[in-house]
Each structure stands twice: as C-alpha cells, then as structure tokens.
Write a protein that binds this ligand. Structure first.
Ligand code: FES
Length: 276
C-alpha cells in the first residue's frame, strides 16, 4: 500500500532562475574593470569569460528584456509548438485551438520535469509530461489530468496550470519576456510598420532551418556580427547596415592601460548599475 501522494508546491510565482545573485561587491568590481576600457575597444576579457559576470548578464538583460523567440510561420496550426532555452528557463511557444500563440514555462507543475524536449512538434489537444503523464490544455496551460491526484481531497487542479510567459508578436516575429513584470513591448510598432506589407505571419514558409551552436560568450558573437571588417572579407554581398563606430572596434590591448578612458559609449545599453 503506497502512502498518499504529497502535493507539489502550488506557489503562483514563475520558477526561480538558478544562479548566484550579483552582490554589491561584485558589481563594484565589474564597474571598476569597465572603467579601464578604451574608446572603440572591446570589453575587458573578464566580460567574456567570467561566470559571475555571465550571471549578471542573464539577470540584468536576458531575464528582463524582450527576446526574439521565433516566427509565427513556424507554428501555423493548432497544437504546433517550438521550444527554446533562455538561460535557465526552458520555454514552450504553442498555438492553441483558438489560433492564438501563447508561451509557457516548459516545466511540469508536478516534479518540475521538462515537458517537451524536442525543438519543435505538434500535439492534438494537450501537452503531456513524460514523467507521470500530467497533461495540460494547449489553449491556456490549465492542468487537465493529474495521475494519482485527481481524486485526492484538497487537491485543486486550478492551482497547477503551466506558468505563463509574456509573449508579443509583431510583423510575423514572436518575442518573449520572462520578467515577473515585463516592461511594455515598445519595439512592435516599428516592426509592424516595415514588415506588415509582407504579411509574414500568413505567407512566410520555413524552407530550411539550421542551428549554429557557438561556444563563446554571447557578446563576442554579437560584436563579430556587427563589425564591418567581417562583411568585406567573408560576406562581401552583405548590405552595409552597420553604425560607423562598429568598424573600428579593437581588441583590448594586453599592455597596462594609462589615461582616463571614457565609458560613455557603453552607457546606452549596459545596465545602469554597471554604466553609472
Ligand atoms: S513530473 Fe510528474 S507528471 Fe511531470
């Protein structure tokens, strides 16, 4: 005879992100390192390889900002889904029977198992956790079936819906934000203005998909992508879409730095506690 099942936690907040929260000591250390950066040079090396600073990146940028997650055209039919991993958060975007796309934490409310492991797929009406087969409605993430718990006194299925993630769509692009209180999605207007004539959400088709897993810090990837030097040698046909100062970014010299370098050009996009 098995003991009665223990109820899982029904706390209403989103799953916490594992990691070490930034301390004021570590923040002042990083601010000091940032002040050594020369204008038009890359960041100090630790900004690309220090695990503590990576955690700050996640918390201050990736867990607070709107992040591109996929295209409408990838999940046109009811039950089609894609999954992504945003730092510590596994996320699923799925189109409901009502035609709406919604995003949820891809984490079962029973014992935290990842519900959908595949990068994309299609289900009929429900998402089923592979561990103990709890199932969730694709329309709103509500718990439909909870093995061993359905008839337990005091167990309320409405407390165990999938946790929603904020989602916005614009011009056929889908964006998510895992913050508990996401800032307003203000970028959508510009995207809609330029892309609406193409009706990507209705007419685009995914012809081919390839993934590049780059073993490096995300800032290094972005900087390489944005520098014009790359475009002239490796991608000569690439239109010139770069801001002028991105042509001249240099690696940080290893020699001891002198003078009083300014950080003003970084203050546009760094979290305020680093650029202050
Ligand atoms: S972890 Fe038990 S059903 Fe998902």
């Amino acid at each position: 005879m098995f003991p009665p099942p223990t109820f899982p936690s029904a706390t209403p907040s989103a799953p916490p992100a594992p990691g070490v929260p930034a301390t004021s000591d570590s923040l002042s250390r990083w601010s000091g390192e940032l002040a050594t950066r020369l204008p038009n040079h890359g960041l100090p090396g630790s900004f690309y390889n220090d695990p503590d600073l990576y955690q700050i990146d996640l918390e201050a940028i990736w867990y607070k900002e709107w992040v591109f997650a996929g295209h409408d055209a990838e999940i046109l039919e009811a039950g089609e889904y894609i999954t992504i991993q945003l730092g510590a958060y596994p996320i699923i975007l799925i189109r409901g029977r009502d035609g709406e796309v919604r995003a949820f934490h891809n984490v079962c409310r029973h014992r935290g198992f990842k519900i959908c492991d595949a990068p994309k797929g299609k289900v009929k009406r429900r998402l089923a956790c592979p561990y103990h087969q709890w199932t969730y409605d694709i329309n709103d993430g509500s718990l439909s079936f909870a093995r061993d718990f359905n008839k337990e006194e005091g167990f309320s299925k409405e407390h165990y819906s999938l946790k929603p993630v904020a989602l916005e769509r614009a011009g056929g692009y889908m964006f998510i934000n895992v913050a508990e209180e996401p800032r307003p999605f203000t970028e959508g207007g510009a995207l809609d203005r330029y892309l609406a004539p193409f009706q990507l959400e209705k007419q685009a088709k995914v012809a081919h998909q390839t993934n590049h897993v780059l073993k490096g810090n995300w800032k290094m990837v972005w900087e390489n992508n944005r520098q014009r030097t790359n475009a002239c040698c490796k991608h000569a046909s690439k239109p010139n879409t770069h801001r002028p100062n991105h042509n001249t970014t240099l690696a940080q010299p290893t020699a001891k730095l002198t003078g009083s370098p300014t950080t003003s050009s970084l203050s546009d996009f760094l979290p305020s506690f680093l650029s202050a």
